[in-house]
Design a protein around this ligand. Structure first.
Ligand code: ZN
Length: 490
């Protein structure tokens, strides 16, 4: 249908009027009230949102480059700084405490150094940012127009197989832990090396791994299933009592990356009540990019270049050359593949929203940890473009607010409530957990006292062969093991 000619003229004239600067046409301004350009509804939604991103690798820049969040960063060097955060209206970021496996023997120390680097940033910019440890903290920071910094450990190897370290990390403010990074650790399998026959796998998780999940629930540390193998994923859901998150994972149905989540996994997330925070990395959201960038010859050439750099720049103290130092090589290498369109990222958000449900999708950018981002997304300052794209696809204000942060806030509150419940239940129950026993062993409670306490309180766990081995390796007396078996039979 063609509009009538007069209507066409009217539209033409009014658009001309809008294009002209009002001060140069005082007559027109007097005749009609000043026409302000209509506010972009998507931008209005974006500016009103509490936006939470659950994964950025910036702490390596803080620590290894002495980068200050107050510095304005060229996008080729970094995706996040305070100015860009303000432009993107980011409310809260989970800074990743990623411990490179090369730090073997010093995992927890490296983690603590990264944790300190985040606190240092908050201390340097108290007027603009604050550390946050709970959903309420995030909301409060938002009310005060401050950016909230949180921390998540990426890679369970950081706890060095020690439950006490896990609790210590919670105490210093860590609020999620990715059970594995790309490396299988001693208690959970990773998707990163699941095909590698040289790696010792566990068919998912060991008993200790399952205890880690339980202890995280009790502490109120969110279980993060990004990076884990499929078996680890399903076991974590089975064992856990609180919703989980995928802090930075996309859809495997759309982009065939083993680190992405299948539709079946997405549906399992619905039942779990958790949330999948979609990763922005080009190779995880675009099949063309993934295929091009996984060319073995090209990867070989990149790895050789990185290795040569590492050799030439070896640290005199023997500490590993970090990812941060070689990132420039990897970024340059990545530029040979054309960036995917923004549409690819939006397709992933859309897909997760459809399969898992609108209450189970969010944003997990992986900023400062990836070498390529879709077109238009150069840094955190470009977050409004995601809202615009979602709005254009017909997402309502309410739905967009959920994706931008609402869903994550709900999960964080549920994890906090579960921890509260589990802690109060623990107080009421007298029976000793395996944890209690291990703690007493660690504190050198002698065998006679241990046996006494077991007789007195009873126990609430199964002494599996793995647990038995663990106690034996800690030189626990056979009399204690017998007492446990007897107490269980009661
Ligand atoms: Zn990661």
């Amino acid at each position: 249908m063609k509009p009538k000619r007069s209507l066409v003229y009217f539209l033409l004239l009014s658009s001309l009027a809008l294009a002209q600067h009002p001060s140069t046409h005082k007559k027109a301004a007097k005749a009609a009230p000043v026409t302000r350009p209509k506010a972009d509804p998507a931008l209005t939604i974006h500016q009103s949102a509490l936006i939470v991103d659950t994964h950025a690798d910036t702490p390596q820049r803080f620590l290894d480059e002495n980068f200050d969040l107050g510095q304005n960063t060229p996008v080729a060097e970094g995706h996040i700084d305070l100015d860009k955060i303000r432009q993107g209206n980011l409310g809260a970021e989970f800074f990743s405490i990623w411990v490179e496996p090369e730090f073997k023997g010093h995992y927890s120390q490296r983690a603590m150094d990264l944790i300190d680097s985040v606190y240092q940033q908050a201390a340097r910019h108290p007027d603009k940012m604050t550390m946050a440890f709970s959903a309420n903290d995030i909301a409060q920071a938002h009310d005060q127009h401050k950016f909230a910094a949180l921390m998540g450990i990426e890679g369970g190897h950081a706890i060095e197989n020690d439950m006490r370290l896990l609790r210590d990390f919670y105490r210093v403010g860590v609020r999620y832990m990715t059970l594995t990074w790309s490396n299988t650790n001693e208690w959970a399998d990773s998707s990163g090396d699941i095909q590698d026959p040289n790696v010792k796998h566990h068919n998912g998780m060991t008993d200790f791994g399952k205890d880690v999940v339980r202890e995280m629930n009790r502490l109120g540390m969110i279980v993060d299933i990004s990076h884990v193998s499929d078996a680890t994923f399903y076991q974590a859901l089975l064992v856990g009592q609180a919703p989980v998150i995928a802090s930075h994972s996309s859809s495997r149905e759309l982009t065939n990356q083993p680190r992405n989540m299948t539709d079946d996994m997405l549906r399992a997330m619905t039942n779990n009540g958790g949330v999948v925070m979609v990763n922005f990395y080009s190779a995880f959201i675009d099949e063309n990019y993934r295929k091009a960038s996984s060319d073995p010859e090209k990867i070989k050439q990149r790895d050789a270049e990185v290795d040569a750099y590492k050799k030439a720049h070896a640290h005199p103290d023997g500490s590993p050359v970090t990812y941060d130092e070689t990132a420039a090589i990897e970024k340059k290498w990545a530029t040979q593949f054309p960036r995917p369109p923004l549409k690819s990222l939006i397709d992933h958000i859309d897909h997760v929203a459809k399969v898992a449900g609108i209450d189970h999708v969010g944003l997990g950018s992986d900023f400062d940890g990836v070498t390529s981002l879709p077109e238009g997304i150069d840094s955190v300052a470009d977050l409004p473009k995601i809202t615009q794209a979602l709005y254009q696809r017909g997402y309502t204000r309410e739905q967009i607010l959920k994706i931008l942060g609402g869903n994550f806030m709900r999960v964080m509150r549920e994890v906090e409530a579960t921890a509260k419940r589990l802690q109060s239940e623990r107080k009421e129950s007298d029976a000793l957990s395996f944890e209690d026993i291990e703690l007493m062993v660690g504190n050198r409670v002698n065998s006679a006292q241990l046996t006494d306490r077991i007789k007195q309180h009873g126990i609430n766990f199964e002494l599996t062969p793995e647990r038995q081995t663990r106690l034996k390796s800690e030189k626990v007396d056979d009399s204690v093991l017998e007492a446990i078996v007897k107490a269980r039979k009661k």
